[in-house]
Design a binder for this molecule. Structure first.
Ligand SMILES: Nc1ncnc2c1ncn2[C@@H]1O[C@H](COP(=O)(O)OP(=O)(O)OP(=O)(O)O)[C@@H](O)[C@H]1O
Ligand SMILES: [Mg+2]
Length: 489
């Protein structure tokens, strides 16, 4: 009689467990180096193979495709990792022809038989999609998702659930799973995970192996007590891994934060960090609480930032970014309809609306100043007390560098994508083309991130002005009723 093999898998971490249990059509897990993603992916594929609905003959048939960007990576890593776990002769045989395929064929102790295939494919260019034609698969495992083109991933999404035939086995789960290290914030993965959030797609994020800790001397990287899979790693794996590494490398590979392509010096590099300042969930306005702030930048690219102060914490809720339009159009066609919808019942005049003091652009304003136009439209708008960059940056830093009751005083909603990318380096001082030590411009570079960041600065100046931990002021009147703002923190 054949020997009975038993597989036991005990993932070390909540995110890994959620990855194993997820039955979304698509589930991707993003984590630091060595966090157990690949082993968990292998275990999930194997679990699906052994739990596939059996056909009338008691055979559990499935065909999975393991995808990697290049053939050397596929052979040297993906295939190797899989075969290390399931490569024993009791389970099946690896056929190294093209494409390499692991044929699994073994009996289960419930009397059924598993007949499954794992096809290994390298899909490195959009035209490699052709290789997928005619392939009928149950599911896909995308190894190192960030190395794959978006078109390839989207194409794979339309090729699962085609084998086995439903007429023979009835309905069964099918889909894609994938693991990856953090990509940069210009990557399609970031857009899908953080902005588009397609229905049926789940993006899991593991805790970093290290986290940032604020000390008197600045930010320091320390071990993260929540790090996953450490039980299976060498002692002090992540902390040892810090030594000699560049900050940008640590952020991505050890701390599991999105990377950034920075050309220059990020203005808030010393104060801002996604880990400290990005909310886990999209922030919603608390309409009854009041304390709303609005910062507006003028010019032909008007931008607005809306926040709310609750318990001493400034919560950045929304950003509005425009291109090539005057302030009147921006306010009438975009800002007001947006506020009427999302901030329903909050009177316009109750937003503390701090504006660009110099943005007087006559091109679209028919002689009126932009602030006069805002007032005409019903806003309680006024000019910021200073337009000096240092003063404006300080207003933002004031909130970034402070905690209230153990929480950051500045909390950014992940919906504010342009602000976030700006904080991470899109908003920066330009590198000057001179030899010797790096030197930078004194003014922020004007680009797609700078206008919304200007608006954020005016908003912070307003909030800083009204920032009073012990204030107890009635802030907003809704339908004739007055509501009290933040009180006594
Ligand atoms: N459940 C487990 N039991 C025992 N060892 C494990 C387990 N999960 C992972 N490991 C071990 O931990 C190490 C890292 O795991 P794995 O290769 O899956 O990490 P990863 O997140 O894919 O890393 P990378 O980002 O470097 O690809 C490997 O040596 C692996 O064998
Ligand atoms: Mg891996």
């Amino acid at each position: 009689m054949a020997e009975l093999l038993e597989y036991r898998f005990d993932p070390d971490g909540d995110t890994l467990r959620r990855y194993m249990a997820s039955r979304y059509r698509v589930t991707f897990i993003m984590g630091p180096l060595g966090s157990g993603k690949t082993v968990a992916s292998c275990m999930r594929v194997f679990t699906h193979m052994t739990t596939m609905t059996p056909d009338a003959e008691g055979i559990r048939r499935s065909r999975w495709v393991a995808v990697r960007n290049t053939y050397p990576d596929l052979e040297g890593t993906t295939m190797k990792d899989w075969m290390e776990l399931f490569g024993g002769p009791e389970l099946g045989k690896l056929n190294k022809d093209f494409p390499p395929t692991h044929h699994l064929n073994f009996d289960m102790d419930d009397g059924t038989t598993v007949k499954a295939e794992l096809v290994f494919m390298a899909l490195d260019r959009p035209d490699s999609v052709r290789k997928l034609r005619g392939l009928q698969a149950t599911g896909f495992w995308l190894n190192e998702v960030k190395e794959l083109e978006e078109d390839i991933v989207d194409m794979c999404d339309l090729r699962h659930g085609r084998y086995p035939n439903r007429k023979q086995v009835g309905d069964y789960w099918h889909g894609m799973i994938g693991d990856t290290n953090a990509p940069d914030d210009m990557h399609w993965y970031y857009r899908k995970a953080e902005i588009d959030k397609p229905e049926g797609w789940k993006f899991l994020k593991q805790p970093g192996g290290v986290i940032q800790h604020r000390t008197a001397e600045g930010m320091k990287w320390v071990e993260n007590p929540l790090a996953e899979n450490v039980r299976n790693l060498p002692k002090d794996y992540y902390v040892t891994g810090l030594s000699g590494k560049k900050e940008s490398w640590i952020k991505v590979n050890l701390a599991n934060q999105y990377g950034h392509i920075v050309d220059g010096k990020a203005i808030y590099a010393d104060e801002y960090s996604d880990q400290l300042h990005i909310s886990q969930y999209v922030l919603q306005p608390n309409i009854k609480h009041g304390n709303f702030y609005l910062g507006i930048d003028f010019g032909m690219t008007p931008a607005a930032v809306i926040s709310q102060e609750i318990g001493g914490q400034l919560r950045i809720l929304d950003e509005l970014v425009s291109e090539g339009m005057g302030i009147r159009t921006f306010v009438r066609d975009y800002l007001k309809p947006f506020l009427a919808d999302r901030y329903k019942d909050v009177p316009l005049e109750s937003f503390d609306c701090c504006c660009d003091p110099s943005g007087d652009d006559p091109r679209d304003t028919e002689g009126d100043s932009p602030i006069a136009i805002l007032q005409e439209e019903g806003f309680n708008a006024y000019a910021a007390s200073s337009n000096k960059p240092q003063t404006r940056w300080e207003a933002v830093r004031y909130f970034l560098g402070r905690n209230v009751g153990g929480r950051p005083a500045f909390l950014l909603s992940p919906a504010c994508d342009m602000l976030r990318k700006g904080f991470n380096g899109g908003y920066h001082l330009r590198r000057l083309q001179v030899s010797g030590a790096a030197r930078f411009s004194e003014q922020a570079e004007k680009n797609v991130f700078s206008h919304v960041h200007d608006a954020c600065q005016y908003m912070c100046m307003a909030a800083k002005g009204g920032y009073n931990f012990t204030s107890k002021k009635p802030d907003v009147t809704i339908n004739g009723q007055r509501y009290t703002g933040s009180a006594g923190y």
